[in-house]
Design a protein around this ligand. Sequence first.
Ligand code: PGA
Length: 256
Amino acid sequence: MKKELRKVVIAGNWKMNMTPSQAKEAVKATAELTAGKNGCDVVLCVPFVDIAVAAEAACGTNVKIGAQNVHFEEKGAFTGEVSTSMLKEAGAEYVIIGHSERRQYFGETDETVNKRTKAALAAGLKVILCLGEVLEERQAGITAEIVSMQTKLDLAGISAEDLKNIIIAYEPVWAIGTGLTATPDQAEEVCAIIRNVVAGLYDTAAAEGLTIQYGGSMNDANAAELLSKVNVDGGLIGGASLVPEKFAKIVDAAQA
Ligand code: PGA
C-alpha cells in the first residue's frame, strides 16, 4: 500500500490539562478551525473527566475524542482506574495506551500495555499505542532493538483483524515535552523499523496498512517536514494540541 492510501491521523494528547469547561471551548475551537480538513482524521485525547463534555462539543464535527488510558478489567476493585465501557459510554472512540509518561511514572510495562490494548480492542475502541526509546538507549545505539522489542511485546496475541484498529505512535522519550524533536530522518528511520517488525509479525499488507505516527515536540513549524516522510502517517501532539490555532496548523500540514 502506498503512503497516500494509509489513514493519516493527527491526534492531540492533552495530558493533565483542561478542566471540563475549558475542554468544551477548546474542542469547539479546534472543530471550527479544522472543519472540512478531511485529509486526515483529527482526534483529541482528553482527561477522563473531560470526555463527556468534549464528546458533546465534538458531536457533528470532524473531531473525534479519545482517552489517555484504560484498565483491562471490566469492573471491580481497581481504585482510580476506568474501564472500556465507561470510556465508550462517555463518548470516547480512541484511547492512548502505553504513553511513556505512564511507563515512566505509573509503572506501566509492555505486559500491562498489551493487556490494556487487548481489552480496548475487544470493546471496539481504537488504540493509539505508544512506544519509543529513552535517551540512554539512543546513545547506546540500541533504538532499533528497543522499539522492535516493544512492538513485539505490545502486540503479542493481537490478530491481524484487530491490528486494523491500532495506530502505533513512535515517541522517542527524549523528544517528549523537551522541545527536542527527532529529525525527520530519525523519525522516518524508526517508523520504518516498526513497520518492518509488524510485517514480520503479520504480513506486508498488514504492515503497509498500519498508521504510524510520530510524537515528540511536533509543532506547527516542524510538522510538514515530519509528515512528508513516507513512513510517518500522522502525529501525536502534546503541548501544541492545547492551543487550537497551533493544532489546526498541524492538521493543515497533514492535508497535502
Ligand atoms: P509533546 O508531547 O508534543 O508535548 O512533546 C507528545 C506526547 O507526549 O504525546
